[in-house]
Every structure is written in structure tokens, then in C-alpha cells.
Design a protein around this ligand. Sequence first.
Ligand SMILES: [Zn+2]
Length: 60
Amino acid sequence: MKPLPCPICRKAVDWETNPHRPFCSNRCRTLDLGAWASESYRVPEAPEDEDGEGWSEENP
Ligand SMILES: [Zn+2]
């Protein structure tokens, strides 16, 4: 199985032997959890206002 990059530091992770996968180490896993906790990883909710191109009022 080919190694995949750690989502935190991009270091190659051996998925067969690394218990911290998909992270390369417990440190990166902790960092990721910390990112979730601080909500910096949170997917921002798209404001519905931005998707009004179809029927927006246009002046000729
Ligand atoms: Zn890492």
C-alpha cells in the first residue's frame, strides 16, 4: 500500500504500520483535534445571499 501524506505536515504515512493514521504521529493527530476544537477547520456555511445570480434584479 502506498503511503499517504499526513494531512497536517504532509509527511508520508505508512498506513499498514502507523497507529496514528491518517496522521504521521500522535502529535499531528493532536494538532488536528486542536484545530477542530478551535473551529479553524470548520467548513464555513455558505451564505444563501451569494447564490442569487439566477433571479437578481438587473437594470438594462
Ligand atoms: Zn504529520
